[in-house]
Every structure is written in structure tokens, then in C-alpha cells.
Design a protein. Structure first.
Length: 507
């Protein structure tokens, strides 16, 4: 889930969930408190909602039954209302309803059941209470007076004539200071419920968002620690389709590329060490020979012109061998930076390869190796190639064949064939051949097969990799076939030059 979507949902839940839960809690508290009020104050079912909206009406309903009872006694048995025992007992019942009784006789308070503020004395009540006769209709239980001021109260008045013909009044007073403790309880419960709802909602949203973000962040934290410690063999597995998921996938891609780059760097360093080791090994042999034959000349060992010429030729050949090795090293550096210098030209196939065969043949003759050259291409066939680099390809292939030639009379055959849009060059030797399991890797850099390419034969190990690079840069392809104890054939193709209309018009 997208982080934006997650935040929108969280916002909606934070707004709506507290409202829904608050309404549910309000309804539950209302039902519970309504039943309590109905039970405590004798209210009829269904009246509670109306009374909650009218406080005075609710205060009036508190003492409705008591008012009815006292009013009936005032008519039928008024002398009982003068009994302190009755008044005390009735007052105790009214106290449970946040109300109390006051009995006045000829305007003076005879009984006061008020248990509130001691600073409110009988004189103040006498000044506050309505006078005898102010109740117009004692038969109506809804008659009452609301008195404002220090003693905010709802007062119900019941007038009657005492046994001694005195004017008596019984007052049922309901103080607003202690009105509806159930409502206060309900408000407290609602307040607590709202706080708990908000805390619950915030907690749930925090946990939801926290676990939705902390899990991938922890994975990224572990991943960064692994990278810091140089460990790239791990993966960041997080498939959620959100912003953090995109970040994890990008991080995983970065890790893979960093690992590939590190492995490539290690491989390159290993190859460089192998190259330096091979070059050092191969340079040591000709240098030793040059030193030995030079000392022979200086010491007079070569005391005849023939020996001197032979020694000088050997020194010359060894110097050429060292020069070839150094050139390979230079070319290897150019291959690594992809900066091999090419000078492409139009080359006549017959003339070029005939010259190459003649030059190579002279060198092979000194090594007692025969060379046969066969040209099956048309005499006018032309290719676009760098003659120097193409000659390097041929020399490297033939030199590689010479190194692994273990027969008494070596033989190399060079064939030039026309194969459609390409010229195919085949260089065949009668050496010991290459094993089938090694054949796919002979063009890899520094590859040496134990059976067919032992390092004791010398060489930098990059000759055939250079050959493949040059051929591919010419737009061609190289491959080989071989048979153990029979020989090897190297093939490579170069695209023929196709004369275009522009070329013809230029002529």
C-alpha cells in the first residue's frame, strides 16, 4: 500500500472512528443512566430523553410522587404534616433525591430539613420561600417556583390549615447545586470514554503506520550495516507496492550492481596479477638467454664468425620475443580501456594473405615447421580491416599453435575461403590438440587447460583473448575445432567489402 494511501486511510480513521465509538459509548451510557434514573426517581420509560433536555422538568419529576402524597395528606389528614416524626422520615426519603422539606407555620419555619451550607439560616429561607397562599392550585402536582440567587432551588408549595387554625405550608425544595448526580456521572464517564477512544485510535493508527514502515526500514538498516562491513551476500526482500517498497527494490538493485562491480574488480585484479606473473615468467627465460649469450660474446666463447653470428641471432630473436610480450601487455591495457588503435583500410585478400604467408613461412622454416597456403577466394575480393591488427591475429594463432606442437615435423596450413558475404580464414596445425571440455574456454583471458595449455610452455595467457577482441571489433567471429593427438583448426571470418552506389559515383 502506498504511503500516501496509508496516511489518507489513517486520517479518515482518526476522524471517523472516534466519532463512531463516541456515539456508541454515548448511547450505551445514556441507556444505562436512563435506567438508573428511571429506577431511582420513578420516571416512566421513554421520558428520560425529554427530561434530559429540560432540567427544571426533570427536577420537578424528582419529587412528583412525594408532592402528590403530601398534597393528599394536606386535604385528608393535615394534622400528620405537623408531626416532626413524619416530617423527619419524609425528609430522609427526599434527601436521597437531592431534595428536603421545610415546614412553616404562620410564616415561621418550624421544621427545616436542609443539610447544606450552614451559612444559609432559617431567616434567609423565610425571606426566600413564597408566602402562604401563593400556590394557586394545590391539586396540580406540577406547581413549583424556581428561586435564583445564593440558593438556586426548585420549590413546590403545599398550603393547609393547621389544627390550631394556623396557616401552614410544606415546601419540597430541590437544590440545583446537587442536581442529577447521575448526569454528572454520565458526563464523567463520557469524558473518560472519549479520552480512551482517542488514545485507542491514536495507538492503533500509530501501531499500523509504525509496523508498516519500521519493518522495511529495519531491513534497510541491516542492509546498510552489511554493506558498511563489506558483506554483499544478502538480499532485501520487501515486495509491497509502496514508496518504501520502491526504495527497497532500488536498494537491492544497487546492491547487485555493487556486488557485480566488486566481483569484476576482484576478477580484474586477479587477472592483472596473473598477467604480471606470466609476463615476468616469460620475460625471465629470454632475458636469461640474452645474458648468457652476451657473456659468451664478451668472454670470447664465440671465437669464430659463425658462432658469433649464431649468438647474435639468438640474442636478436630473444629480444624480439621480449618485445612481443611487452606489446601484448600494452595491447592488454588498451583492451581493458577499449582503446585499441585501428587504422581500417581496403585490403585485397589474395595479396595481403599471400604476403603474410611468405613472411610467416620464413620464420617457421627456421623452426623446422612447414607452411602451406591455399587461397580459394577471388583475386578481386576486398575486405575492410586494419592490416597491422589482422597480422597480429594471424601471428598470435600461429605462435599459439607452435607452443603446443609436439610432433617431430610440424605442419601449419592456411586456407582462405569465400563464404558468401564473408572471407573465412582457417589455420590448421598438427599439434597435440585441445580437449573437448577445454575448447569453449580457450578464448577466455588467462584460461589454461591442464592437459593442453600448460604454463610451462610460456606465454602471457592473453594471446587468444586478444585475437577474439580484434576479430569481433572487425565485425567478425572466431571459433575452433580440435581433436586430441591430431591437431586444431582455428576459424575466423571477416566481412567482405561491398561497393555501394556512392562509391561508384565517387569513382
Amino acid at each position: 500500500m502506498k504511503l500516501k494511501t496509508r496516511l489518507i486511510i489513517a486520517f479518515c480513521i482518526i476522524i471517523l472512528l472516534p466519532i463512531v465509538l463516541a456515539v456508541a459509548v454515548l448511547f450505551a451510557v445514556y441507556v444505562f443512566q436512563s435506567r438508573a434514573i428511571q429506577q431511582n426517581y420513578g420516571l416512566a420509560a421513554g421520558e428520560t430523553y425529554t427530561l434530559f433536555s429540560n432540567t427544571l422538568q426533570l427536577m420537578n419529576r424528582y419529587t412528583e410522587s412525594d408532592y402528590t402524597e403530601i398534597s393528599a395528606l394536606a386535604k385528608s389528614n393535615p394534622e400528620i404534616l405537623e408531626s416532626e416524626e413524619y416530617l423527619t422520615e419524609e425528609n430522609e426519603e427526599l434527601l436521597e433525591k437531592s431534595s428536603f422539606l421545610i415546614f412553616c407555620k404562620d410564616g415561621e419555619i418550624v421544621f427545616n430539613g436542609y443539610s447544606g451550607d450552614s451559612n444559609v439560616d432559617d431567616e434567609q429561607w423565610e425571606q426566600t420561600l413564597p408566602s402562604y397562599g401563593d400556590a394557586n392550585d394545590n391539586s396540580t402536582p406540577k406547581v413549583g417556583y424556581f428561586i435564583d440567587g445564593d440558593t438556586q432551588s426548585l420549590i413546590k408549595q403545599i398550603d393547609f390549615i393547621c389544627t390550631d387554625d394556623a396557616e401552614g405550608s410544606v415546601y419540597i425544595v430541590t437544590s440545583s447545586e446537587s442536581i442529577l448526580p447521575e448526569i454528572r456521572t454520565m458526563l464523567i464517564e463520557l469524558g473518560i470514554a472519549v479520552v480512551l477512544i482517542l488514545a485507542l485510535t491514536a495507538g492503533l493508527m500509530t501501531i499500523w503506520i509504525y509496523w508498516g514502515t519500521i519493518t522495511p526500514i529495519r531491513k534497510l538498516q541491516i542492509a546498510t550495516n552489511n554493506i558498511k562491513e563489506g558483506n554483499l551476500d544478502f538480499s532485501v526482500d520487501y515486495d509491497e507496492q509502496d514508496e518504501i517498497g520502491d526504495l527497497c527494490r532500488n536498494f537491492e538493485e544497487m546492491r547487485k550492481r555493487l556486488k557485480e562491480s566488486t566481483e569484476e574488480k576482484i576478477s580484474t585484479e586477479r587477472e592483472n596479477r596473473a598477467l604480471i606473473s606470466n609476463i615476468a615468467h616469460d620475460l625471465k627465460t629470454p632475458i636469461t638467454a640474452v645474458k648468457g649469450y652476451s657473456e659468451g660474446l664478451l668472454d670470447g666463447v664465440a671465437d669464430t664468425p659463425e658462432k658469433q653470428e649464431r649468438y647474435l641471432r639468438i640474442i636478436y630473436n630473444k629480444a624480439n620475443e621480449m618485445d612481443r610480450l611487452l606489446n601484448e601487455l600494452t595491447l592488454y591495457a588498451q583492451i581493458d580501456t577499449n582503446r585499441i588503435p585501428y587504422n581500417f583500410k581496403k585490403i585485397n585478400v589474395c595479396e595481403y594473405f599471400a604476403d603474410c604467408a611468405e613472411e610467416i613461412g620464413l620464420d617457421l622454416e627456421t623452426k623446422n615447421i612447414g607452411l602451406s597456403f591455399y587461397n580459394y577466394a577471388d583475386e578481386q575480393t576486398v575486405i575492410i580491416a586494419d592490416p597491422e591488427q589482422l597480422m597480429r591475429v594471424i601471428n598470435n594463432i600461429i605462435n599459439n599453435a607452435i607452443k603446443y606442437m609436439d610432433t617431430r615435423k610440424g605442419q601449419i596450413n592456411v586456407r582462405i575461403k569465400d563464404v558468401g558475404d564473408f572471407i573465412q580464414v582457417e589455420i590448421e596445425d598438427n599439434g597435440k590438440g585441445i580437449a573437448a571440455q577445454d575448447l569453449p574456454y580457450i578464448f577466455d583471458r588467462f584460461y589454461r587447460a591442464d592437459a593442453s595449455r600448460n604454463s610451462a610452455t610460456g606465454g602471457s595467457g592473453i594471446g587468444l583473448s586478444i585475437v577474439r577482441k580484434i576479430v569481433e571489433d572487425h565485425g567478425g567471429k572466431i571459433w575452433a575445432t580440435s581433436k586430441l593427438n591430431t591437431g586444431t583448426i582455428m576459424y575466423f571470418v571477416i566481412r567482405k567489402y561491398q561497393e555501394t552506389i556512392q562509391d561508384r559515383s565517387a569513382q
